[in-house]
Design a protein around this ligand. Structure first.
Ligand SMILES: NC(=O)c1ccc[n+]([C@@H]2O[C@H](COP(=O)([O-])OP(=O)(O)OC[C@H]3O[C@@H](n4cnc5c(N)ncnc54)[C@H](O)[C@@H]3O)[C@@H](O)[C@H]2O)c1
Length: 296
């Protein structure tokens, strides 16, 4: 594994490119939007500055790491010589099926194709290709350069060889890989999202207010952030989409998204990215006030 192509240069894609480049891999970062690629390089540079300030890397390392990354707006050219492709494009089933069909056509026949999807079935993604044994989930956590976990998801036809290669590669990136099977939400979101949904139900049913719910979980359970604030950071639209995958995938009413979550997303209140969710981020993301909608 020397050449890595990363598809999508948003929040996760730029972090994945940064991480591979930091560990000496040649990275082709691909995005359909030129401005997303430009923004990604600015973000990577800023995040590297932070690592220099913390003495994790030197200024010289920064130059080498940036030199390991090339940007492409054309998928075919970007993946032509890749040993591994990590797809981190927008979370949308149709889009991912199309991307994997193209990757199967354009990437070298022996290349492994991985997806960073939060919730879409790896087995379903593999069905768009002729190399189902070499399709796998490589689910990094945000922010990628900092977070240690990689959830490695085996699709129905993923081979032992592919799994072992991706487990070893994750360790080379100084991450801790955990192998899981391909069922809705995998492990991370199957546990996290129902907890967040239950916190929203507690608010919806008037059990307690936003701050009270988050304080119970931060001070009572030693979580670094309360579930409502975490939902705002993840994006309420993303939380809703994952709950819908769990609800449909298991056909079990216990995964029904809370009506308050549905209403908030419909009203455009998506959390940090829209400026308001359970908290109001109009004055920045540090120490936000509870949204006027939920303050007593
Ligand atoms: N944000 C998170 O905390 C998080 C955590 C783990 C996994 N994920 C998963 O990572 C993936 C990316 O999420 P994100 O938060 O980085 O999204 P994002 O919206 O920040 O970035 C997605 C990028 O994909 C690009 N894109 C769209 N179609 C494309 C195509 N056909 N070819 C190339 N690029 C294309 C977009 O232009 C955009 O820049 C999703 O599958 C998501 O579920 C997200």
């Amino acid at each position: 594994m020397k050449k890595i192509a990363v598809i999508g240069s948003g929040t996760m894609g730029n972090g994945i490119a940064h991480t591979f480049a930091q560990f000496g891999y040649q990275v082709n970062l691909v995005d359909v939007r030129g401005e997303a690629l430009e923004q990604a390089m600015v973000t990577i540079s800023k995040n590297l500055d932070r690592q220099v300030a913390k003495e994790v890397i030197t200024g010289k390392d920064k130059t080498i790491i940036l030199g390991n990354i090339s940007t492409f707006s054309d998928l075919k050219t970007g993946v032509a010589e890749a040993d591994l492709v990590v797809e981190a494009a927008t979370e949308n089933m149709e889009l991912k099926l199309k991307i994997f069909k193209d990757l199967d056509a354009f990437a070298p026949k022996e290349a492994i194709l991985a997806s960073n999807t939060s919730s879409i079935s790896i087995t379903r993604i593999a069905s768009a290709t002729e190399r189902r044994d070499r399709i796998i989930g490589m689910h990094f956590m945000n922010p990628v350069p900092v977070m240690k976990l990689v959830e490695v998801i085996r699709g129905y036809a993923t081979s032992d060889q592919t799994t072992n290669i991706i487990m070893d590669l994750s360790r080379k990136l100084s991450k801790v890989p955990v192998e899981v099977n391909d069922y809705p939400g995998f492990v991370a979101n199957r546990i996290l999202m129902p907890m967040i949904n239950e916190a929203i139900y507690s608010l919806y049913e008037g059990v307690a207010g936003v701050r009270e719910i988050d304080t119970v979980m931060t001070l009572g359970m030693a979580h670094p952030m309360g579930p409502l604030q975490l939902a705002d950071f993840i994006g309420l639209d993303v939380c809703l989409a994952i709950m819908q995958v769990l609800h449909e995938g298991f056909a079990n009413p216990k995964y029904a998204p809370c009506p308050l979550l549905v209403n908030m997303v419909t009203a455009g209140k998506k959390g940090v990215k829209s400026g308001e969710g359970f908290y109001d981020y109009s004055q920045g993301i540090k120490n936000p006030e509870v949204s006027a909608k939920f303050s007593k």
